[in-house]
Design a binder for this molecule. Sequence first.
Ligand SMILES: [Zn+2]
Length: 323
Amino acid sequence: MPPVPPRCCGLAVEDYPRTLRELKARFATEDVCREYLARLRWRSGFLCPKCGASGGWPTARGLQMCAACGQQASVTAGTIFQGTRTPLTVWFRAIWWVVSQKNGASALGMQRILGLGSYRTAWTWLHKLRRAMVRPGRERLSGEVEVDETFVGGVETGGGGRHIGKKALVVLAAEVRGRATGRIRMRRVADSSAKSLVTFIQDAIEPGSTVITDGLQSYRRLPKLGYEHDRRVVLGGGESADAVLPRVHRVASLLKRWLLGTHQGAVSREHLDYYLDEFTFRFNRRSSRHRGKLFQRLLENAVTIDPVPYAAMVQGVRGRRKE
Ligand SMILES: [Zn+2]
């Protein structure tokens, strides 16, 4: 039997189904799904999750046996698919459905389409997948980048019903690409202090970039931290904030419309981060011609982040990312 996964050139850089019909035909069995995941996870060959050695061989039970320590590893162990009782073929269909929803996926829609027994299952799956929408070690934004904060939300579920909750503060960054908008990043922050906002900028934007903000004092330290700072003070009566920071303002209004439309505004504050991740994932790939490419990206991420148990997930715990 040939070594699985292949040592090299196993998976073409882009290797994804183009249509739902192709997906169904290709990923019809557990073995095929597992093999695809193995090639995404161990691109340059099997790495033992226990001892770290490379090299192994497949067993009859669909596992990988480490050549060094004899550990039998499942390709789904240590990924968001760990311990799932649902066939991978169904997961693959779910992921295809999620990336095909131009306006985002709701738990109710997913439950209906896949015929899942419970809303809770659909909700849990969606949250697992949202965690896979941020690629570990993704690049920071660069060039000219607009940054601003906005309030999001207001209506929350929880505490046994719907009630008006506090709004959440979200800081957004959007790259300037000529007249258009490039990639975006966003994060929920506790307040508009320099600590909150500048920490986000350092995580999201390459030093050396030009950061465009309004006149808020919190941003004043940026030049000391290696950024060019284009500070645009909005004067009363004249220019509006929309005119000086048009891209982040447009993204902010799209985000709010999306939360209200797809999710009926029913996003609680502790889970908002994951909805922001989903919005960012979709926005940054909005011009991607092939849904299948998103399908592959999401699966690639799904096998590189750690699983989060349901109990932790309902509290909004972020999956620890592998380096
Ligand atoms: Zn080992």
